[in-house]
Design a protein around this ligand. Structure first.
Ligand code: SF4
Length: 370
C-alpha cells in the first residue's frame, strides 16, 4: 500500500540502522514526543535495534494520559446526570477517575456515547433538543481544529443544548517545561508529525535555538522513526541544534493556516494542568469569551468536583516526562493492568505503560522483548 509498505520495508530499515551505527561516536539521549511514536517504537523493537549508545525516552504526547484527574471526575459527574448525553472518543472511557471511569457510568445506565467526530456530538444535540449534550474535547493541536469546528457550527446553528468539556493541551510549552527541568536528560527531540501537520514547525525554531537541542519533525512508521533518529543524531554529532522536517510528505513549515485560524477564533491560550505533571503556563486551550456559552464548566455547577490526589504508587507523571520507564513502576503488570488500570498511561492507545504491556515482556523488573 502506497505510503505504508515503503515505510515498513525491512531492507530500508537495515540501511538506516547501518547508517546510524556508522554515525554514533558517544552516548546520546533522545525523546520521541508522541505516544503514537512510542507505540511504533515498542511494536517494531526500534529501541532494541539501535546502538546501545542511543537511549530513547518516551515523552508527554498522549492527550488522554495528561488529562487531569479532576477533569475525568468532572466528566464522570456530567455523564451521571439524567439530563445529559455525554459524548467522547472511545479511548477516554477506561481512563480511571478518582472513584469511577466513564465506562462504569455507562454500565450503570448513564447515557455515554462513543463518537468518531465532535460533529457527531453536534448532530446528537440537534436530534435531542430535550437533552444537554456534552462533548469531551481532549487533545493536542491535532484535534483542536475539529473541536473548534464543532463549537463554531453549534453557535451558528444556535444550539443551546450543546457544550464542551475542554482539556486541550499544547506541545511547545511542554517541551520547554521538560527542557527547563534540572533533571532533564533529553539532548534531542523527535517532534510529533501530526501536530506539526496542523501547526507547522516554526514554533520549534526558537526552542531549538534557546535550549540548543535538535528537533526533528518525525512521522510514525518504522522508517520515519529511524530516519528521524538518524537526522537528530547527525545534528548532535556535528554540534548543530536546528529544526529539521523528516515528515515532509505531510508537514510544511507553516502548517494548515485555515485550521489554525479557526482554532484561534474559538480558543485562546490558557494555563493548563497536566495529569501527574502539574500546571504549565500557557500550555492549553480554553474557549474564547465569544464562545464561553458552550463551556460545560460554566453551564453546569461542577464546583463540588475539585482537585484530588493521584494513586500514590502511580509514577505516570515521571513516565510522561521521560524520567522513569513504565517497567520501573512497582505496580506495572501486577496491580496495574489494562483491565484494572491505576493510571491513564496504562489504558490509552498512546500510553507508554500500555505500549510496554502490549509489546514488552517484563520479568523481575527487567525488560526483554517478546
Ligand atoms: S504502570 Fe500503572 S501505576 Fe505504574 S505508572 Fe503506569 S499507569 Fe501508573
Amino acid at each position: 500500500m502506497k505510503f505504508i509498505d515503503e515505510y515498513r520495508d525491512p531492507a530500508a530499515a537495515g540501511r538506516w540502522l547501518a547508517a546510524i551505527r556508522g554515525l554514533v561516536t558517544r552516548p546520546w539521549t533522545l525523546m520521541e514526543v508522541c505516544g503514537g511514536q512510542t507505540h511504533a517504537i515498542l511494536k517494531y523493537g526500534i529501541d532494541e535495534l539501535l546502538p546501545r549508545e542511543v537511549t530513547l525516552l518516551h515523552g508527554p504526547g498522549c492527550p488522554v494520559c495528561v488529562t487531569p484527574l479532576e477533569k475525568i471526575d468532572r466528566a464522570v459527574e456530567l455523564a451521571s446526570r439524567s439530563d445529559v448525553i455525554f459524548c467522547s472518543f472511545g479511548d477516554m472511557l477506561r481512563v480511571p477517575g478518582t472513584d469511577r471511569d466513564l465506562l462504569s457510568v455507562k454500565a450503570s445506565g448513564g447515557d455515554v456515547r462513543i463518537v468518531y467526530s465532535p460533529l457527531d456530538a453536534v448532530r446528537i444535540a440537534t436530534e435531542n433538543p430535550d437533552k444537554q449534550v456534552v462533548f469531551f474535547a481532549v487533545g493536542f493541536e491535532t484535534t483542536a481544529p475539529g473541536n473548534a469546528m464543532a463549537v463554531y457550527q453549534a453557535k451558528r446553528a444556535g444550539l443551546g443544548n450543546f457544550s464542551v468539556l475542554v482539556s486541550h493541551v499544547l506541545v511547545p510549552p511542554a517541551l520547554e517545561a521538560i527542557l527547563g527541568s534540572p533533571s532533564c536528560r533529553v539532548q534531542g527531540f523527535l517532534a510529533a508529525g501530526h501536530v506539526c501537520a496542523v501547526m507547522g514547525y516554526s514554533e520549534y525554531i526558537p526552542i531549538a535555538a534557546r535550549y540548543k537541542v535538535p528537533i526533528v519533525v518525525t512521522g510514525f512508521e518504522p522508517i520515519d522513526l529511524l530516519h528521524g533518529v538518524f537526522l537528530c543524531l547527525k545534528q548532535l554529532e556535528e554540534g548543530r541544534a536546528e529544526v529539521e522536517n523528516q515528515y515532509a510528505r505531510v508537514v510544511s513549515e507553516l502548517g494548515n493556516r485555515p485550521a489554525q485560524a479557526l482554532v484561534r477564533e474559538v480558543f485562546g491560550v490558557v494555563t493548563r494542568a497536566w495529569r501527574g505533571i502539574g500546571e504549565i503556563p500557557g500550555s492549553g486551550l480554553g474557549l474564547n469569551e465569544a464562545f464561553a456559552g458552550f463551556d460545560a464548566e460554566r453551564r453546569f455547577d461542577l464546583s463540588a468536583v475539585g482537585p484530588r490526589p493521584e494513586p500514590a504508587e502511580c509514577i505516570a507523571g515521571q513516565v510522561l516526562q521521560g524520567l522513569r520507564k513504565p517497567h520501573e513502576c512497582q505496580a506495572f503488570g501486577t496491580r496495574c493492568t489494562p483491565e484494572h488500570p491505576l493510571g491513564a498511561t496504562m489504558v490509552s492507545s498512546e500510553g507508554a505503560c500500555a505500549a510496554y504491556y502490549q509489546h514488552r515482556r517484563v520479568v523481575g523488573g527487567q525488560e526483554g522483548s517478546r
